[in-house]
Design a protein around this ligand. Structure first.
Ligand code: PMV
Length: 370
């Protein structure tokens, strides 16, 4: 599936539709990628994690009731009925949302387009599911179909009771659909990604609940794609095996990763320095190496970022491929680190500067350099 550049939408249901030439409507939904700053893997064992939006990396789902029932995406183009098993999470999100709002699913055609690379720890599967759910809700709104409150819906079971924007029960029902799609894509997961790809700023995910994180200072990140695919299920399974075979040191590492996130929250709130945060990212990378989820490519990208002046760097997401994230202190440093990462073999590099939020408002600038 291809995925480009992102506007952050505050609520799952809030999307604008565009009239088509034939007088019908298409429903449009968007979602962005995410980067886990700290806490991946540990979050599966109940430890906290911090995720930030990769707000220039987005994808768009467009749904039309054209009677054709086609799916158009980069991995597959054809009848939805013939979609490969790998796209089952997408089809489930489409059908589940149509069922929820009472829209006939037969004849709906779906197009997915954008720039969240798959299998790179950037939340592509959750972003696709979120964009698809939003697109169907958008189309439904033009037919007077509303999302029932979670209380009316069987999907309310297990639906979280809070989300980053404190949205209503209808949004919780939609969120449950994204979680359902994620469960098919990855098996058991912490539930972090569906919040992270829908949030308009950094979140702390703790106790299965997201909380918006305030930034006391700008947060500059450079994200580099190693170019290789990482399987979340395989990486999570590997750590599970380690936990069963060698529980004491594994548990200690998971807890140390949790403490790193707690310290990072303090630093982001202004009670610590960027150098300290960088040091914590470096420590997290070593712990993730020890958990067996790094690769030589991820190690050398993280080392190249630090060598080029980053305050710290680590793998992000499940590992075993995917991306590294590096902390930088200025646009100049971001440029130098991005260049070094490209020289060290990164397939793509993105820079994301999240602006400080002294008054609760938040902006982010993002550019791709590759
Ligand atoms: O690589 P991603 O984007 O699927 O992130 C996985 C994060 C893990 O902590 C490894 C798994 C999870 O369920 O949170």
């Amino acid at each position: 599936m291809t995925t480009g550049s992102m506007s952050v939408t505050p609520a799952l249901a809030a999307q604008a539709s565009q009239p088509r030439g034939d007088g019908g409507f298409e429903g449009v939904g968007r979602a962005h990628g995410k980067v886990i700053l700290t806490g991946e893997h540990a979050v599966v064992y109940g430890q906290p994690a911090i995720a930030v939006p990769l707000s220039g990396v987005e994808l768009t789902a467009t749904v039309r009731a054209d009677g054709r029932g086609m799916l158009t995406s980069s991995p597959f183009r054809g009848s939805i009925e013939d979609a490969p098993a790998s796209l089952e999470p997408v089809v489930t999100a489409l059908r589940g949302t149509a069922d929820l709002i009472g829209m006939p699913v037969a004849g709906l055609s779906l197009t997915i387009d954008g720039d969240v690379p798959m299998g790179r720890g950037l939340g592509s599967s959750a972003a696709v599911a979120t964009a698809v759910v939003r697109s169907v809700v958008d189309l439904g709104a033009h037919r007077g179909l509303r999302v029932p409150d979670a209380a009316d819906s069987p999907l309310a079971d297990g639906a979280p009771t809070a989300d980053p924007g404190g949205r209503g029960p209808a949004d919780r029902a939609l969120h449950a659909l994204v979680q359902q799609s994620e469960a098919i894509a990855h098996g058991r997961s912490s539930g972090l990604d569906p919040y992270a790809v829908a949030a308009d700023g950094p979140i702390l995910y703790s106790g299965s609940r997201p909380t918006p994180l305030r930034l006391a200072a700008d947060l500059g990140l450079v994200v580099a794609d190693s170019g290789s695919h990482g399987s979340t299920a395989q990486a999570v399974g590997g750590v599970r095996t380690l936990m069963a075979d060698d529980p004491l040191p594994t548990r200690a590492r998971i807890e140390a990763l949790g403490q790193i996130t707690e310290h990072a929250v303090q630093i982001l709130a202004g009670r610590g320095t960027r150098a300290e945060l960088g040091h914590e990212l470096n420590r997290a990378h070593v712990l993730l190496q020890e958990l067996g989820v790094s690769t030589p490519e991820l190690d050398s990208l993280a080392a190249a970022a630090v060598e080029a002046g980053a305050d710290g760097a680590k793998l992000t997401g499940s590992g075993l491929g995917g991306c590294v994230v590096a902390l930088v202190n200025s646009a100049e440093s971001a440029h130098a680190v991005g260049k070094a990462l490209t020289t060290a073999g990164a397939a793509r590099v993105w820079t994301s500067i999240l602006a400080a939020t002294p008054d609760g408002s938040r902006e982010s600038r993002q550019e791709e350099a590759s």
